[in-house]
Design a binder for this molecule. Sequence first.
Ligand code: NAI
Ligand code: MG
Length: 480
Amino acid sequence: MFKSSWTYHEAPESTDHIQIKEQYELYINGAFTKPVEGKYFDTINPSNNQKIASIAEASKKDVDKAVKAAKKAFKGWAALSGKERGKYIFRIARLIQERAREFAVIESLDGGKPIRESRDIDIPLAANHFFYYAGWADKLAYAFPNRKVKPVGVAGQIIPWNFPLLMAAWKLAPALATGNTVVLKPAETTPLTALKLAEIIHDSGLPKGVVNIVTGAGATGAEIVNHPEVDKIAFTGSTGVGKYIQNAIAGTHKKVTLELGGKGANIIFEDAAIDQAVEGIINAIFFNQGHVCCAGSRLFVQESVANVVIQKLKDRMETLIVGDPLDKNTDIGAINSKKQLQTIENYIKIGLNEGGEIYQPNCNLPKKGNWCAPTLFLNVSQSHRIVQEEIFGPVLAIQTFRTIDEVIEKANNTPYGLSAGVWTQTGSKIFHLTQKLNAGVIWANTFNKFDATSPFGGYKESGFGREGGLHGLSSYVTFD
Ligand code: NAI
Ligand code: MG
């Protein structure tokens, strides 16, 4: 994911032929619709904090219109054969591929992630997700043998700002394949690719009301959660909002899946291929500015190799390029919002106050915009807040260990349970740790690899339910 340390000259990705409107409306019942109360908010480019476009803010009435449209469309959509539903989903996947460059540039402009990541990871994976679930649409009888499955109904889907188009794909594709209709809300700092997706969905000829996309902040999300005619909530975001949602729907008929925060352990054994492991550490924590729920934000290095690993890690960090998200050489882009930058800076202060030893490479951060240098903390222990709490930025807390049992105990000592990574040449050690680590996703000799066929989700305060793979279908169906 990260380029090797040599650099070559390439012009920044141009924004020619990228169509961004001045103002975006809500997508309700197959039409781009003005918000009832006429309110709009700005979406900002976090690399310079300039406004990109005005975005409609959906109120309770707009959400109600969207839910009613989804409910009305449900019968017809659910009654279509899986094969017919699949055709629409395949069409959406192909349209994303056709407009991949446009999606990649807009994703980087609106959210701050390096163009190399949007171009090579986010957008292709989003298309893959639609292709994958399109393939399941007419094979549900094989997915759930000997059981009669029905769609749940209207799914309310609320997504975060760290992988905007990809999270929209994770939510929409399985819901549509199983015959549900949807009201989806993108995050307020990154609405543009979801709105571009609305245009594609419109072009695909999907029956009106099957997918409705409403924009707004937390209040709009809460209207979706609390709407009595929504049958299922799928949420990805902070653990705090996840708890709010679980409370809000308690005692209702609504189904729910929550994909929340994490504090992933990345474990390096002395017999690991050290250079690959160092690349893996970089990718685990600095990919997408560390705005990754499954980031490897806690590093555990076996004591005998700690000095060499940390030195190599520091050397490698010196070569990372922080800057313009549209520059193809950029490794670390802009922090998604001023608010998130404040959160990260606050954690860096907390780390220092708790006695952590900080390391940041020399990098020239741009003057305008939201930026954070890649950061390591040494000299920390389990009780430190920067070891326990999700920072959601390019900040790594490093600890050492001697024995397998010690590292298993430390790795599991967290309120979260989303991801972990193990680096070793010994297969038996990998199997031992994958049994013992309390995490939904465990990578061996790699990190932050995603695939539509693979289930993803957490334990403990990282949430529940799985997205991706065959498992991802089950939360969108009920059984007779
Ligand atoms: P957030 O959880 O507030 O935002 C995620 C989505 O939830 C957005 O679409 C937002 O509009 C919506 N939302 C907010 N309040 C809501 C409510 N009461 N009801 C329904 N929807 C609501 O996350 P935020 O404040 O942007 O980030 C704070 C922290 O959350 C981050 O520092 C990070 O630690 C964590 N986070 C984790 C994510 C993950 O992928 N697991 C994604 C985003 C944030
Ligand atoms: Mg933005």
